[in-house]
Design a protein around this ligand. Structure first.
Ligand SMILES: Nc1ncnc2c1ncn2[C@@H]1O[C@H](COP(=O)(O)OP(=O)(O)OP(=O)(O)O)[C@@H](O)[C@H]1O
Length: 257
């Protein structure tokens, strides 16, 4: 049986003034896969993640998630549907602890919590522990990334690697079916990178599909079975990383021929 397609990007375009950052992008993500999105600087990888995650509305094209049209939908609604992402530069709330950071993410993205929030806005009961039944999701997310023991620490006290794990925990607290991971391994040492690779692989076993944007090819090689190579806003190759390394156009794009 062929794997189920969960995300379909169809002829998507995104312009910034005169620059076409995305030009007729077609791409699919299947159930239980980690898809690597690679390409040189400025090739449109992050813009594509921003469009899929609802930060930018595409200028043209359509995006389907489990068959439902989702292009242009607000980020929090996409989180309710099961799409969330991490950022190249983690942006935790610095005045909050690690756990509180994850709680806010879970509250923001939980449909029931938003309802409760508006209903109880007057007495601010919404933040009470367990009120929205988010605590299990928060603790699960913290334990998946291994930050459970640091949960009472202030987010400001975390090192770079821990901040990236916190970003991942925040995304996981919303229980995504599709996770978009943008350059999570950049700036980390081998041990930290290996740990993140293991975590991402463990997520696939929990039926979370992942798109990983990354420049570090050993990281991509370790965790992906399929890559899409972008150049100047368009996919130019789809296949395994080994096949990509032997593709004339891909080599030209990365090494200038
Ligand atoms: N908000 C924006 N306003 C104007 N131009 C933008 C904006 N975001 C991205 N761009 C431009 O769009 C193009 C694609 O950028 P994008 O960040 O998607 O590339 P990338 O492949 O993720 O690059 P990198 O690997 O360096 O992160 C670049 O030319 C970039 O300068």
């Amino acid at each position: 049986m062929s794997p189920k397609e969960i995300l379909k990007v169809e002829n998507v375009e995104k312009r910034f003034g005169g620059l076409k950052a995305l030009n007729k992008v077609n791409l699919s993500v299947y159930e239980n896969e980690i898809l690597g999105l690679v390409g040189p600087n400025g090739s449109g990888k992050t813009t594509l993640i921003n469009v899929i995650s609802g930060i930018y509305k595409p200028d043209a094209g359509k995006i389907y998630f489990f068959g439902k049209r989702i292009d242009g939908i607000a980020t929090y609604k996409l989180a309710h549907l099961g799409i969330n992402r991490t950022f190249q530069i983690p942006k935790p709330f610095h005045g909050l602890t690690v756990r509180e950071n994850v709680e806010v993410a879970a509250l923001y993205s939980g449909k029931q919590c938003l309802k409760s929030f508006f209903k109880h806005l007057k007495n601010f009961k919404f933040m009470e522990k367990g009120y929205c039944n988010i605590e299990d999701d928060v603790q699960t997310a913290l334990s998946i990334v291994g930050l459970d023991k640091l949960q009472d620490k202030q987010a400001t006290q975390l090192n770079t690697s821990e901040q990236k794990l916190l970003g991942l925990a925040r995304a996981l607290a919303t229980k995504p079916k599709l996770l978009l991971v943008d350059e999570i391994a950049a700036g980390l040492n081998q041990e930290e990178t290996d740990k993140i690779a293991e975590i991402l692989q463990s997520l696939v076993k929990k039926s979370i599909s992942i798109i990983v944007v990354e420049h570090l090819m050993h990281f991509i090689h370790k965790i992906t079975s399929r890559v899409v190579v972008m150049d100047s806003g368009s996919p130019i190759f789809e296949g395994t990383l080994e096949q990509a390394a032997n593709d004339k156009r891909v080599v030209e794009v990365f090494l200038g021929g």
